[in-house]
Write a protein that binds this ligand. Structure first.
Ligand code: GAL
Ligand code: MN
Length: 349
């Protein structure tokens, strides 16, 4: 049975009241100077709440926990890897129970930050992005949408549910789309330290040329998470498109690497995202000084980072899909989809 945090806090408060009453009414018996022995005494002497109080609490505070029992000998998915060799879960439909996860998350009263960059013409993607996020992203939880843009006046007004806010952060643009893409690391690290750390518990950092198409909830949250690239989840290590030139800070030798991660969706606690984005930005700046740019810009640096700082959770390609890749059998849901775009008309404009 899962005891709710509220219930445990309740017991804690009862305990504190009891200690206080004993202190007030027992005259000199508890000496502040000998805290260790007085704590030990308190612990041994504490009077437990009477049975009828406990029963009341149990009835009021404990939710019913009705769901199918986990089966040790029948894993929910036999067709895909559910756990990395470093014990990070890989999130696929069927491997988790949203009700349990939502119940746990609700008790923590956390807010999730969703960061998105809408620079230059990319503002055209915002409306669909936000509307579909309102339908599918962290439903029932508090969300701050952080929209980085150079065109704040072009951010569309979208109706938001309770507990959800849009925060527009005005930032500069750059002439090349590659530069715009890479500079996201710099801006994310700066704002993580300046602002996000005070406002949210987790950050989910995504591309804007995307739409939500099914539930994306708290199952994705963890200290540090990355997402399997939809084009490479079955590929061999040698065909991963890591940066292969040793001159770049993003270099990964051909006999190393776990997965090829997509740069379009990653996240974690604000502290972990800060560390990741800062490190990637620094590596990008070293490359720049050396006159080299990694093959897939910040995605190459992200892949290097994840090789040495293993993610604590990995999202399956359900969380980053492109219909151009068809509908393989293992894909039970397509939660976050690339929106087709005319590259020439959008990039650099
Ligand atoms: C492409 C994708 C690029 C990059 C590349 C890596 O499919 O559009 O953004 O991720 O794969 O090889
Ligand atoms: Mn994209």
């Amino acid at each position: 049975m899962i005891f709710s945090v509220k219930f445990l806090c309740y017991l804690d408060v009862l305990h504190d009241i009891w200690i206080y009453c004993r202190y007030v009414f027992s005259g000199t018996s508890s000496k502040v100077s000998d805290t260790t022995s007085s704590n030990t005494q308190d612990f041994h002497n504490i009077k437990q709440p009477s049975n009828h109080i406990l029963e009341d609490l149990l009835q009021i505070e404990l939710p019913r926990m009705i769901y199918t029992k986990p089966q040790i000998l029948k894993p929910p998915r036999c067709d895909v890897l559910m756990m990395t060799p470093w014990f990070a879960p890989i999130v696929w439909e069927g491997t988790y129970n949203s009700e349990i996860l939502n119940e746990q998350f609700q008790q923590r009263n956390d807010t999730v930050g969703l960061t998105v960059f809408a620079i230059k013409k990319y503002v055209v993607f915002l409306k669909t992005f936000l509307e579909t996020a309102e339908t599918y992203f962290m439903v029932g939880h508090r969300v701050n949408y952080y929209i980085f843009t150079d065109r704040p006046e072009e951010v569309p007004k979208v109706a938001l549910k309770e507990g959800r806010n849009v925060v527009v952060l005005q930032v500069q643009n750059y002439p090349r789309w590659q530069e715009i893409s890479m500079r996201r690391m710099e801006m994310l690290s700066y704002f993580s330290q300046q602002r996000f750390i005070n406002e949210v518990s987790y950050l989910v950092c995504v591309d804007v040329d995307m739409k939500f198409n099914d539930q994306v909830g708290v199952e994705i949250l963890s200290d540090l998470f990355g997402t399997l690239h939809p084009g490479f989840y079955t590929a061999e290590r040698r065909s991963f498109t890591y940066e292969r030139r040793p001159a770049s800070q993003a270099y990964v030798p051909s006999d190393e690497g776990d997965f090829y991660y997509m740069g379009s969706i990653f996240g974690g606690t604000v502290m972990e995202v800060y560390k990741l984005t800062k490190k990637c930005h620094e590596a990008i700046m070293v490359d720049k000084a050396n006159g080299i740019e990694a093959i897939w810009q910040e995605e190459s640096h992200l892949n290097k980072y994840f090789l040495y700082h293993k993610p604590t959770k990995i999202l399956s390609p359900e969380y980053m899909w492109d219909d151009y890749l068809g509908r393989p059998e293992i894909l039970k849901k397509r939660r976050f989809l690339a929106v087709p775009k005319n590259h020439a008309a959008i990039r650099n404009k």
